[in-house]
Write a protein of this length. Structure first.
Length: 95
C-alpha cells in the first residue's frame, strides 16, 4: 500500500460514501491518480463500492498513531521559548 492509497482509506473511514472529485480536492491530488488508486484498493479488498471493508479497518487499526512528537526549527518573532514564559523546576532541585 502506498501513501495515496492510505490517504484514500483514511478518507473513506472519515466520510460516508465515495466521491472521487471531493477526495481529489481534499487530498490535493489529480482526479485520475485518486481514481486509479481507489480501483487498486477495491482490487486488494480494502474497499468495496465506496465503503471501507473490514480488511481496511484492520489495516488502519494496525497503523494507528498513539502519540506524536512535534519538532520545529527556525527563528520566528511570534514564537517564544517556553522557558521565558514559565519557570521550570526539576524534582529535587531547589528553586
Amino acid at each position: 500500500m502506498n501513501k495515496i492509497m492510505f490517504d484514500i482509506l483514511m478518507y473513506l473511514n472519515d466520510n460516508t460514501g465515495w466521491d472521487s472529485r471531493a477526495a481529489a480536492r481534499k487530498l490535493y491530488k489529480p482526479y485520475s491518480v485518486i481514481d486509479a488508486e481507489f480501483e487498486r484498493l477495491n482490487e486488494e479488498g480494502y474497499a468495496k463500492g465506496g465503503i471501507i471493508t473490514e480488511k481496511g479497518v484492520q489495516y488502519l487499526e494496525r497503523h494507528k498513531v498513539d502519540n506524536a512528537i512535534i519538532l520545529a526549527a527556525g527563528v520566528s518573532s511570534r514564537f517564544v521559548a517556553i522557558r521565558n514564559i514559565t519557570r521550570l523546576t526539576c524534582v529535587g532541585q531547589p528553586r
